[in-house]
Every structure is written in structure tokens, then in C-alpha cells.
Design a protein around this ligand. Structure first.
Ligand SMILES: CC(=O)SCCNC(=O)CCNC(=O)[C@H](O)C(C)(C)COP(=O)(O)OP(=O)(O)OC[C@H]1O[C@@H](n2cnc3c(N)ncnc32)[C@H](O)[C@@H]1OP(=O)(O)O
Ligand SMILES: O=C([O-])CC(=O)C(=O)O
Length: 445
């Protein structure tokens, strides 16, 4: 059987020809234009990044390597008696574009198991941090603290590195780093919230199974972990965490520096942290309404109060999506199957009934529909993980699968340092003046 690395090497060899041909023969073909609104407005809609790991259609939502969420869950190999696939098999898909056989997925399970030992200094460092540090600050610090392990940085400093082999060093760092994330995440959780009573990994378990075990949460939380990590892995490459990881890696910073940077971006409330915000927001208005399940009128009031105070409704809206996020739907389906009567799920469903109409009336958000973050906290809460400050660490473990696959391919295809051009406000005003004059004179600028 060929290993993941061997399959990937072959794919890279084939793919390089496509990228070279595009660059050499069609490099001057235009794929996008940039307006003043886009330059000021966060580059929304500017097509200027390339990735084959996933693609986000505004109406359909995400496809991983061309597969919908449902297809991924159906087609990938699963542990015996389980409904959700091996995370390791999903990584195989992200990296190669192929659905692995069970044997191929198990080869990755075994490889990652061998790489999973977390250095003691990471635990010591985490224990030395103030216990009220945010779990995302701890997670990011843990990742960057391991930079000394980078084989990529070592190869670079030893002059072994070139454009053709650099991906192999990146691949080693990526697998080494990913394999350690479940234990680091669970360690942070139990350090902060469970009096530092730690649970050792079980070498016979997979990524999701071991995470659930080390968190100390019984099955079927292992299934939730597999589902959650897969759903949160990738969302093409313009989102803050993916773009940041890619940008930092483009300076030939190694996977440890790059992922820590991406995780710092994920920690923002408009991005990954929104899943914590959703629960915080719900708790706040439930308290206000005396703790019971709010009526539809009370919910509407809470939504309007939030909007009128100038704040966003967490878990709603999106920079690209223009429909309900299929990652929201996948988690909603899980809830409908396993926790249909759970009051918090019913409340989140009621929000789905009232928020889109209110956001439409409010008239600002381009997308009034829920995103992934509106639904994920409910499931965690149901299984006893009520410390919502921790939720973005779960997101970060999942997101690492996608962004680290991306930077492996960045090095494989020799993508250069990223460096867009900036202009001044004076220059924008000059562009605007020229366009106005051209319009008045009957030409286009
Ligand atoms: C995993 C993820 O990262 S998914 C996104 C998670 N984040 C959230 O759920 C936070 C709430 N949502 C938002 O803040 C936004 O919808 C974002 C950040 C996701 C997308 O931002 P944008 O692409 O700029 O959204 P959009 O173009 O629709 O914004 C236009 C206006 O609508 C507002 N708006 C967008 N979404 C919302 C919302 N949920 N509630 C209230 N107002 C909103 C924007 O703040 C903006 O207002 P402004 O003109 O006063 O600045
Ligand atoms: O795509 C985005 O901008 C945000 C998002 O949903 C993600 O990164 O998962």
C-alpha cells in the first residue's frame, strides 16, 4: 500500500504542471477587478487567492475537494460501529483529493499516533500561565511554543531547502503538529475547568475518540468530536484564519508560527469566537427574562435590543454565504436526531424562526441566515461542555486540518510571498475624480 505522503508526492508532481502552464501561458488573463468599495471594505469578493482544498459557493455552501458535507460523511471510512468518519481519513482527502480506503485511513491514524507525544515543556508553560487566560491565548501559545520542533525551519537554516523539496519538510511539521492538537486542547480544558486532573490518551483510539476520552466526556461525544472537527476544517482560503495562516507561511515561516497566527485570527468575535458569543448572548437574555424559555415576542425583543444597541447578532450573517450555512444544517440534523427536545436546541431553533426576518427588516446584513456558529454550542452544552470560552479551541483543532493542508500545498506549488499593494486615500480620491470626469465626458475610466 502507498502511504499518504507517497500519494501526495505523486499528486503534487502532476499538479505542478497545471500551475506552471497557467502562469506561463495564461498569466495575463483577468479573473477579477477591484473597486474602491472593495479596497476599503475588506476585499470582499476580490478573487485573488488559489486553493483546491475547498470551495465556498454562496448558495450551496462548502465543498471539500468537490464533495458536499453529506458526501464526505457518507463516503469516508469510519471506525467500527460509528456514524462519523475518521478525522485522519478526512485529512487524507483534504491533502490528496482522494477518498481513502479504510486501510489508507488507518495508516494515517497509526502515523499520527506515533507523532502525538506532546513535549512536557508545553504542559509546564501552560501551567505557568495565569489560569484566567483565555483558552485561545493558551492554545496559540502552546502551538508557538513548539516552534523549536520545526523540521522546516531546521532544514531552511541548514541550507537544505529548495522550492521542490520544501513541501516535504512542511508536511512533516503539519502531521507532527496536528497529531498533538487533541491532547493540547483537552489539556487546556481540564487545566482550566477540571482542576488540572488530566486523562492520558489511549493509543488504540483515533483523533476524535482520543479527544473525547481526554476531555473526559463519554460516547457519543467521540462522534460529536469527529463531526465537529470535519465540519469546521476549511472554508476556502479567504476567511481570516485560513488567509492569515497562508499569509504568514508565505514568508516561509514554518507551520507552528503560521498556525498560531491563524488561531489568533480565529479568536476574534466576528470569526470563530462567534460560537462562544452565541451562547453568551443566549444566556444573557435568558437571565433577563427570568431563566425560563422565552416566548417568541421576548426573543424578537432581545434581537431588536441587540441590534438597536449597535451590536451584531452572533451566529448570523456571512461574508460569502447567502443562504443557511450547510454546516449549521448538518449540526441541526444531529440535534433533531439526538436531542430534539432539548430546551436549548428548541431555543436556537426559535431564533432561526425569528432572526432572519428581523435582519431583513433591519436592512444591513447582506446575509440574514445563520452560519455554523449559531448551532455548534448547543451540542457541546448538551454533552456537558458548558464552559463556552473553550468552544473556539474546538474550532481551532478542526480549522488546523484545513489551513495546514493549504500551506502544505502552498509550498508544493511554490507560491511566493504574499504582498498586495496599498494606496492612499488621496489616490482613491484621484481615481474617483478621474472616473467622474470620464463619465461626464462620455468615456469609461
Ligand atoms: C466561522 C465564521 O467566521 S462565520 C461568521 C461568524 N461571525 C458572526 O456570526 C458574527 C455576526 N456576523 C457578522 O458580524 C457579519 O455577518 C460577518 C462578520 C460574519 C460578515 O461581515 P460582512 O461581510 O461585512 O457582512 P455584511 O456585508 O452583510 O455587513 C453589512 C452590514 O451588516 C451588518 N451585519 C452583518 N451581519 C450582521 C449580524 N449578524 N447582525 C447585525 N448586523 C450585521 C454589518 O455589521 C454591516 O454593518 P455596517 O454597515 O454598519 O458596518
Ligand atoms: O468563510 C468565512 O469567512 C468565515 C467562515 O465561515 C469560516 O471561516 O468557517
Amino acid at each position: 500500500m502507498t502511504t499518504l505522503k507517497e500519494v501526495l508526492a505523486k499528486k503534487i508532481e502532476e499538479h505542478r504542471k497545471r500551475t506552471t502552464k497557467l502562469l506561463v501561458e495564461h498569466g495575463d488573463v483577468k479573473i477579477s477587478e477591484v473597486t474602491i468599495a472593495q479596497a476599503i471594505g475588506g476585499m470582499r469578493g476580490v478573487k485573488s487567492l488559489v486553493t483546491d482544498i475547498s470551495y465556498l459557493d454562496p448558495y450551496e455552501g462548502i465543498r471539500f475537494r468537490g464533495y458536499t458535507i453529506q458526501e464526505v460523511m457518507e463516503k469516508l471510512p469510519k471506525p467500527e460501529g460509528k456514524d462519523y468518519p475518521y478525522v485522519e481519513g478526512f485529512l487524507y482527502l483534504l491533502l490528496t483529493g482522494d477518498i481513502p480506503t479504510k486501510e489508507q485511513a488507518l495508516e494515517v491514524v497509526e502515523d499520527m499516533r506515533k507523532r502525538s507525544q506532546v513535549p512536557q515543556y508545553v504542559f509546564d508553560m501552560l501551567r505557568a500561565l495565569p489560569r484566567d487566560s483565555h483558552p485561545m491565548a493558551m492554545f496559540s501559545a502552546a502551538i508557538v511554543s513548539m516552534q523549536r520542533e520545526s523540521v522546516f525551519a531546521k532544514a531552511y537554516s541548514e541550507g537544505k531547502f529548495n522550492k521542490y523539496n520544501s513541501w516535504e519538510y512542511m508536511y512533516e511539521d503539519v502531521l507532527n503538529l496536528l497529531a498533538k492538537l487533541p491532547q493540547i486542547g483537552a489539556f487546556i480544558y481540564r487545566l482550566k475547568y477540571k482542576g488540572d486532573t488530566q486523562i492520558d490518551p489511549d493509543p488504540n483510539l483515533d483523533f476524535g475518540g482520543n479527544f473525547a476520552r481526554m476531555m473526559g466526556i463519554d460516547p457519543p461525544y467521540d462522534e460529536v468530536a469527529r463531526m465537529y472537527f470535519i465540519l469546521h476544517s476549511d472554508h476556502e482560503s479567504g476567511n481570516v484564519s485560513a488567509h492569515t495562516t497562508h499569509l504568514v507561511a508565505s514568508a516561509l515561516s514554518d507551520a507552528y508560527y503560521s498556525l498560531a497566527a491563524g488561531i489568533n485570527g480565529l479568536a476574534g468575535p466576528l470569526h470563530g469566537l462567534a460560537n462562544q458569543e452565541v451562547l453568551a448572548w443566549i444566556q444573557k437574555f435568558m437571565e433577563k427574562f427570568g431563566g425560563g424559555v422565552p416566548t417568541e415576542e421576548q426573543l424578537k425583543q432581545a434581537v431588536w435590543d441587540t441590534l438597536n444597541s449597535g451590536q451584531v447578532i452572533p451566529g448570523y450573517g456571512h461574508a460569502v454565504l447567502r443562504k443557511t450555512d450547510p454546516r449549521y444544517t448538518a449540526q441541526r440534523e444531529y440535534c433533531l436526531k439526538y436531542l430534539p427536545d432539548y430546551p436549548l436546541f428548541q431555543l436556537v431553533s426559535k431564533l432561526y424562526d425569528v432572526v432572519p426576518d428581523i435582519l431583513k427588516q433591519h436592512g444591513k446584513a447582506k446575509n440574514p441566515w445563520p452560519n455554523v456558529d449559531a448551532q455548534s454550542g448547543v451540542i457541546q452544552w448538551y454533552y456537558g461542555l458548558t464552559e463556552y470560552d473553550f468552544y473556539t479551541v474546538l474550532f481551532g483543532i478542526g480549522r488546523a486540518l484545513g489551513v495546514l493542508s493549504n500551506i502544505t500545498w502552498d509550498r508544493a506549488l511554490g507560491y511566493p510571498i504574499e504582498r498586495p499593494k496599498s494606496v492612499t486615500t488621496d489616490m482613491l480620491e484621484e481615481f474617483a475624480k478621474q472616473a467622474q470626469e470620464a463619465k461626464e465626458n462620455g468615456h469609461t475610466a
